[in-house]
Structure formats: C-alpha cells, structure tokens
Design a protein around this ligand. Sequence first.
Ligand SMILES: Cc1cc2nc3c(=O)[nH]c(=O)nc-3n(C[C@H](O)[C@H](O)[C@H](O)COP(=O)(O)O)c2cc1C
Length: 133
Amino acid sequence: MDGSLLYVSRRMCTEAEIGDIVAVSRVRNASLGVSGALIASRTRFAQFFEGPPAGIATLMDSIRRDDRHTGIDVALEATTERRRFSGWALAYIGSSVFIDGLIVTIAERATPCPDPGHLERLIRAMQEFAQGR
Ligand SMILES: Cc1cc2nc3c(=O)[nH]c(=O)nc-3n(C[C@H](O)[C@H](O)[C@H](O)COP(=O)(O)O)c2cc1C
C-alpha cells in the first residue's frame, strides 16, 4: 500500500534555488513513483508526498541532508488508499496568507502530534491550489 508523509521546515533559500529544487524533484519523484506538492512561504516549507514507502524514504534521506532548509519536522506519516496528487510528480505552490498561517500553526504546535484537522486543511488547500493550475 502507498504511504504518505507531510513535513514542515524553515526555508533557508531564494526563489531561484526553489526553482532548481522543483526542476530536479519533478524528474526524480516521477522515477520513484512518488507524487506530491511543495509549498514555500517567505520563511517556511511544507511538503506532502504519497507513493511507495521506499521511494518516500529515499527522498527524505536526501531532503534531511539539504541545507537549503532546516528544522525538518515530520507532522504526518500514514498509509493511503487513494492518491490525492496523482499526475503531479511535484506540484509547486507559492506563498498565500491562508496557507502560511496553517503552516505556522502546525510548525509551532505545542504537542508532538499536530491537530488532524489542521493537517487535513493544509493538504486540502495544497490540492485546491494544484488543481487550480
Ligand atoms: C524544501 C525542499 C524540498 C525538496 N523536495 C525534493 C523532492 O520532492 N524530490 C527530490 O528529488 N528532491 C527534493 N529536494 C532536493 C533534495 O534535497 C536533493 O538535493 C536532491 O534530491 C538530490 O539528491 P542527492 O543530494 O541525494 O543527490 C528538496 C529540497 C528542499 C530544500
């Protein structure tokens, strides 16, 4: 069964560097059978993956080593029956006030486990932005 994973992190790079990340990611994610979405706000990233657990683990090994962001915090890891971003090796979504607020709410939570309602709202917002393109 496919897995899914969502993390938030602190952005440490420019728009141009994000462009490079997205270009490399679309090729590599497709080759691993992984789909998902990346959101960048001015100060944060949120990224959602779904696909074979081994593919997601391979990507996360690279992503954890990458110094273009820091403070990587896995907020959700689950199995999934139905992909939400099929057809998207990596949808890229720029900043929006609504989404930035949700990322901060999840990143700055007081408990180890985020509120499932906040996670669902963030993933649904990512889907809506991706489908609007
Ligand atoms: C916020 C962020 C998201 C990233 N997302 C992906 C991704 O979805 N897929 C990917 O292949 N690389 C992604 N990368 C880039 C990887 O960290 C890494 O540079 C790239 O996969 C090359 O892997 P390697 O350094 O192990 O050769 C991301 C980097 C950052 C900072």
